[in-house]
Design a protein around this ligand. Structure first.
Ligand SMILES: *Cc1c(COP(=O)(O)O)cnc(C)c1O
Length: 393
């Protein structure tokens, strides 16, 4: 018997995770550090395990979205620096200090609150200044010279805040996945200019960073002191059709199984809403995966799964916990067979990108949406080395 629920599960190949990291490391300038981004449970791959793999492979920093994700890494034994890329309520300053986690500082209002909370907690919070150079999401605004006076004032004020220590500065690109779009260069120039203005104010930064996956691949000259790859670590492409200068290996496969098959006469409706009717006598199999597992309802009547290396079409609506596939052309398909929902089986592959396109979204979202009732099972050297069960940890 397997030691995880073989209903629907995700297999994560840690050798591929490591290979992707090493390919990125080899491509990035030796002067640039790497911050591996493991937010959102490592893009759905299982943060504690993938973070450990990046740690062993030599990453310099980790990036997460919030303080709980940072704590999760500390509990998993990660001792390297961690940057929270987003918001932490100031009342958690004590936790930032205790866990030695660096926080993004995005405004003076927030800086004052965080500084006061850090003082109360009796320690110093490390921060990286975030500059908004055109994404208009978070950060001190610098969209052009007209923003220089405010930036200078805020920079000096931030540097003077007690109980905060600024040691990095960064920005985030909006269109680095479009190699021909001049806006990335505009953002980079604004960033360089803003950093120079802050340095004139006496601020000093040991780490300047701006590149996400697409940025570091498409604009090697913008790698600076550190880069922040996310999606490519998992072997997924930053954008459909973007040329890749390095080889990536998708690390996750989503699997389920066939648990009932039946032969239906022509004209038989299948699933909720009866949007599908068998056009002829069809053999239909039922799979224990549904939209609650992240297999979106928008895949109804559209996506393919792989059984014995062959494609089978999902017919009718995807339900919360189950869906049906037409297995007429796979006569040896029988209950108990493993079904590959995302991944490779024999010569056929259903990629994360294929499923994302059918869902009307991007591979990032498809990976993140894989449900928390889907156990993650980890492999190294072809052997199972661990598992994550979110329901019964
Ligand atoms: C998510 C994120 C990244 C990584 O982005 P990818 O496109 O996955 O490489 C880098 N920096 C910031 C600030 C992010 O939020």
């Amino acid at each position: 018997m397997s030691d995880f629920l073989k209903r629907t599960w995700a297999e994560v190949d840690l050798d591929k995770i490591e290979a992707n990291y090493l390919a990125i490391r080899a491509y990035v300038s030796p002067q640039s550090k790497i911050m591996t981004i493991v937010k959102a449970d490592g893009y759905g791959h299982g943060a504690p395990f993938v973070a450990k793999a990046f740690d062993d492979a030599g990453t310099d920093w980790f990036g997460v979205s919030n303080i709980e994700e940072a704590e999760q890494l500390r509990i998993a034994g990660i001792e390297k620096p961690i940057l929270i890329l987003g918001y932490t309520p100031p009342e958690f300053a004590g936790m930032l200090i205790k866990q030695r986690v660096t926080q993004t500082l995005f405004s003076m209002e927030y800086g004052e609150q965080l500084s006061a909370a850090a003082k109360e907690a009796g320690g110093t919070v490390d921060v990286h200044l975030k500059l908004d150079t055109g994404m208009s999401r978070i950060g001190f605004l610098f969209h052009g010279e007209e923003d220089a006076p405010a930036l200078l004032q805020d920079g000096a004020a931030a540097a003077a805040l007690p109980n905060l220590r600024i040691d990095g500065v960064f920005t985030h690109f909006a269109v680095s996945d479009e190699p021909g779009n001049p806006f990335t260069r505009t953002q980079f120039e604004r960033f360089i200019r803003a950093v120079a203005l802050l340095e004139e104010q006496g601020l000093r930064f040991s780490l300047r960073h701006c590149c996400n996956s697409a940025g570091l691949l498409n604009y090697p000259e913008m790698q600076l002191d550190m880069v922040r790859p996310g999606i490519i670590l998992y072997g997924l492409t930053p954008a459909v059709g973007m040329p890749l200068p390095i080889e990536l290996q998708p690390a996750m496969a989503l699997k389920t199984m066939l648990f009932q098959t039946k032969t239906l006469t022509p004209g038989t409706p299948v699933s909720y809403g009866m949007i599908y009717r068998t056009p002829s006598a069809r053999r239909v199999g039922t799979l224990p995966i549904g939209y609650a597992d992240g297999y979106a309802r928008s895949l109804s009547d559209r996506a393919d799964v792989l059984i014995h290396g062959k494609r089978a079409r999902i017919v009718g609506r995807v339900c919360m916990d189950q869906c049906m596939a037409d297995v007429t052309d796979i006569p040896n398909a029988q209950s108990g067979d493993v079904v590959t929902v995302i991944g490779r089986d024999g010569g056929e592959t259903v990629s994360m990108e294929e499923i994302a396109a059918q869902m009307g979204t991007i591979n990032y979202e498809t990976a993140c949406l894989i449900g928390k009732r889907v156990p993650r099972v980890f492999f190294k050297g072809g052997r199972q080395v661990g598992k994550l069960n979110y329901i019964l940890p």
